[in-house]
Design a protein around this ligand. Structure first.
Ligand SMILES: *Cc1c(COP(=O)(O)O)cnc(C)c1O
Length: 424
């Protein structure tokens, strides 16, 4: 296909888009009487229109049934969380028993580190990416200190080579092999929040295992965005939030994956609570924790049903759209965005926008991070004024993420045309 940076071409792609009607399933923030061009689904996904009814259902059942709602609600609260694995396992590529919805992302990261970061005096180091999301940095730093080690010694950050913005897989895997006898854990992002680089999870896991090390991933920017096959790649554990690409509302309930070889192991150390206790005998309320032999065995508390209702409403939309179709549209939409940005550059005397997100489709999701060579703030303010919701990261990066569920090719064209008009 010959891509063109024109409105007619964008409209033609929208016309052919099988998922185009899903846009109307979401609420769009308004700007001067029309929908914003919302390109920050990587930060907070839009609200599906079905969320209110799902939450209202639980409010009604609570009002009408009180405590009995645990058993008699339309979706009984006792087992509310059991609705998620069938859908989520398709999104992250695993078996239903390997996934559980609980707590929030950083909380879950800590809980997983309790199980999977088991340092010894000789093997206590952690390999991670430089400039990981701050919460992940703090989680690692505090876990290392909690075990009595010095973060400066224990945490090895992989940096891009001089003059580069993203990591080369071989630099990650070389570091793992070089430090293999000192490592307790490899913990990487799936997609880096700043550059949008999608790391080679399969390869990193493979090499970590070759080195005898556990491999875990924070998939905050990957879940609901890129193709994942956590089980087949033998990833040991992963966690993600639900409010970015998964559209489940601010601070929404989060997700965890634990490979079955670990999930089945009831003896793995963990911080336990009653909701992780074997269901058949949970309500005997006896002494001595007996873990459920699935990822559910890591649950602590009973399900936060109101937050889960929003999550369920949103995941139903994913299910209906179909995961494969979403990936196909994402690739085309992102390729179009790359084309539009390159076209803008080509029309300037000097390259204005340096796209630091990898050009290679297999190394990115739908986010594009644009390092502005000049006029960064000016362009960003003009975009905002025209009703484009993008995101600014100091010192001069504009991040945008057209998401396949609700963004159109016309959105992307509009975005480019606004930048173009600022420059003219
Ligand atoms: C968004 C994000 C977080 C946020 O953590 P919360 O516990 O949900 O507040 C953490 N880590 C990464 C990598 C993120 O992208």
């Amino acid at each position: 296909m010959n891509i063109e940076n024109t409105l007619a071409f964008a409209q033609q792609l929208d016309e052919k888009d099988e998922l185009k009607d899903f846009r109307s399933r979401f609420y769009f923030p308004q700007h001067e009487g029309r929908d914003c061009i919302y390109l920050t689904g990587n930060s907070l996904g839009l609200q599906p229109r079905t969320v209110q009814a799902h939450v209202q259902q639980e409010l009604n059942d609570w009002a009408n049934m009180g405590v009995e709602g645990h058993f008699t609600a339309k979706h009984p609260w006792l087992s509310y969380h059991e609705q998620f694995p069938s859908i989520l396992s398709k999104i992250v590529g695993c078996q239903p028993e390997e996934v559980v919805v609980m707590n929030q992302l950083t909380v879950n990261l800590h809980l997983l580190l309790v199980t999977f970061y088991r340092p010894t005096s000789s093997r206590f180091r952690i390999i991670c990416e430089e400039k990981a999301f701050p919460s992940d940095q703090y989680a690692l730093e505090s876990q290392v200190k909690y075990h009595g080690f010095d973060p400066r010694e224990a945490i090895i950050e992989i940096k891009p080579r001089d003059g580069e913005y993203t990591l080369r897989t071989e630099d990650i895997t070389d570091a793992i092999l070089r430090h293999k006898d000192e490592l307790a854990l490899v913990l990487f992002g799936g997609v880096n929040y700043y550059t949008g680089q999608y790391f080679d999870i399969k390869k990193i896991t493979e090499v970590a295992h070759e080195a005898g090390v556990i491999a875990g991933f924070d998939l905050a920017h990957a879940a609901g965005n890129v193709e994942l096959k956590l089980h087949d790649w033998e990833v040991d554990f992963a966690c993600w939030c639900s409010y970015k690409y998964l559209n489940s509302g601010p601070g929404g309930v989060a997700g965890v994956y634990i490979h079955e070889k670990h999930a089945k192991n009831k003896d793995l150390p963990r911080f336990a609570g009653w909701w992780g206790y074997t269901k058949e005998t949970r309500f005997k309320m006896e002494k001595g924790f007996q873990a459920i032999a699935t990822a559910e065995g890591w649950q602590l508390s009973n399900a936060p049903v109101l937050s889960m209702a929003a999550h369920k409403a949103s995941l139903d939309v994913f299910e209906e759209a179909g995961i494969e179709k979403l990936h196909a549209k994402r690739k085309l939409l992102t390729a179009f965005l790359h084309f539009v940005v390159n076209d803008i550059n080509a029309k300037q005397d000097k390259k204005l926008i340096n796209v630091i997100t990898p050009a290679n489709e297999s190394e990115r999701g739908c986010q594009v991070s644009m390092l502005m060579q000049s006029k960064g703030k000016e362009v960003f303010h003009a975009l905002t004024k025209e009703g484009v919701v993008a995101d600014w990261r100091e010192p001069n990066v504009i991040r945008v993420a057209p998401v396949p569920l609700y963004n159109s090719f016309e959105d992307v064209w509009q975005f480019g045309s606004i930048i173009q008009s600022i420059l003219n």
